[in-house]
Design a protein around this ligand. Structure first.
Ligand SMILES: NC(=O)c1ccc[n+]([C@@H]2O[C@H](COP(=O)([O-])OP(=O)(O)OC[C@H]3O[C@@H](n4cnc5c(N)ncnc54)[C@H](O)[C@@H]3O)[C@@H](O)[C@H]2O)c1
Length: 247
């Protein structure tokens, strides 16, 4: 379904991004992974290649504007840019907002908000230049939908990502560029490693489906939104959380 398309996945080395890169490649896309974790990213590209997919790695720290510009340029050199998945993100140090350290606030905003802004900005410019339209999926979180106690900077950044997706979607709809946000709930990835086992148990108890999501489940939704099957969907925020936000 995605043969001939070129896709970028930021933070595609592990977790939700790696699962997304694998499905995109399995559907025929050439996937460019941009990440700071070179070793894991190369492992993921190798796994994709050994399954007969096309994958490349371009080092990219989303805190650096020039890295993102180079990532987009690298994708264009592979034949174009049809799909941009702005997925790279961190959780930050858990603390209530009134005790959040300024450097933690800034670090989370730099990666989770400004990094997505640059990803959306330069991918949009590239898609406008090719004139073929495209699809951008920004990975937000349910933390950006409601209040997110002890994850203040993260929630603020993710709320910003949802807003940025909607604004860009309206601005670029006439150019055939669709932009959507995916809002996962708790998902089994390394991002949760900092939490105590008791916190994991509390999280699972709070989920109506009584388990966390898998990276594969989140990735399936991301790829659907990036694919022609979602051709009438833009400016939407998709919650995928095992039912938490419906409570
Ligand atoms: N796991 C969850 O429960 C959950 C819930 C909601 C939203 N999310 C979001 O999903 C996305 C993926 O997270 P994950 O759970 O797969 O986490 P993860 O820690 O497994 O993967 C994050 C990836 O981003 C990369 N990354 C981190 N900082 C980077 C930077 N500065 N530049 C480039 N790459 C960088 C990491 O190297 C890694 O490959 C994030 O945006 C996260 O906020 C995760």
């Amino acid at each position: 379904m995605l043969h001939g398309k070129v896709a970028i996945v930021t933070g595609g080395a592990i977790g939700i991004g790696a699962a997304t890169a694998k499905i995109l490649a399995a559907q025929g896309a050439t996937v460019v992974i941009g990440d700071i974790n070179q070793q894991a990213a190369l492992q993921t590209t190798e796994q994709i290649r050994s399954a007969d997919g096309h994958a490349l790695f371009q080092p990219c720290d989303v805190r650096n504007e020039a890295d993102i510009q180079a990532l987009v340029q690298f994708a264009l050199e592979q034949g174009g840019l049809d799909i941009m998945i702005n997925n790279a993100g961190i959780g930050g140090q858990p603390a209530p907002l009134h005790l959040t350290e300024n450097h933690n606030w800034q670090r989370v905003l730099d990666i989770d908000l400004t990094g997505v802004f640059w990803g959306q900005k330069y991918a949009s410019q590239a898609m406008l230049a090719t004139g073929k339209g495209g699809a951008i999926v920004n990975v937000a979180s349910i933390a950006g939908v409601g209040g997110s106690p002890n994850l203040g900077p993260y929630g603020v950044a993710k709320a910003g990502v949802i807003q940025m997706s909607k604004t860009g979607a309206i601005e670029l709809a006439s150019a055939g560029i669709r932009i959507n946000a995916v809002c996962p709930g708790w998902t089994e990835t390394a991002i949760l490693e900092g939490f105590e086992p008791s916190a994991h148990e509390r999280m699972i108890r709070s989920i109506p489906l009584k388990r966390m999501g898998t990276p594969q489940e989140i990735a399936e939704l991301i790829v659907f939104l990036a694919s022609p099957a979602a051709s009438f969907i833009t400016g939407a925020e998709y919650i995928i959380d095992g039912g938490i936000t419906s409570m």
